[in-house]
Write a protein that binds this ligand. Sequence first.
Ligand code: CMP
Length: 140
Amino acid sequence: TLERTFSILKPDAVAANAIGQIYTRLEQSQLKIVASKMLHLSPEQAAGFYAEHEGKSFYERLVSFMCSGPIMVQVLEGENAVTRYREIMGATDPEQAAAGTLRYDYGSIMPANAAHGSDSTESAAREIAYFFTNDELCPR
Ligand code: CMP
């Protein structure tokens, strides 16, 4: 099924000047970027986005990391986009991620794991709406 997923290239990936390399990987795996922008999140924006993790031991570090520099946010479209993009990213912890995945190649020590991706189509819809208005999405 044709799906959309939400993607973040985190501050570590942007600082590594790897936006283009990562976009190339997305395009080579038949995912289409249908919306994209650079943002530098406020603590409030980051905390709201990761509200489901509030109270966890790593929450403060995660919010602080996500505000430490600019990020890229994307909407990706393609067949089974949610699962496909998660495969491209690899395991959440870069130390567990398989060679050749985004987190293996660009991540370091959590929370610095280079990329975020929605875990379901329901999360994707919520996360897309958190950062994009409908008129910013460009189906193609
Ligand atoms: P992400 O896919 O964006 O979802 C939640 C994020 O929290 C995750 O990637 C990591 O950046 C971070 N995270 C998850 N678990 C841990 C952990 N045990 N320690 C530090 N950061 C974590």
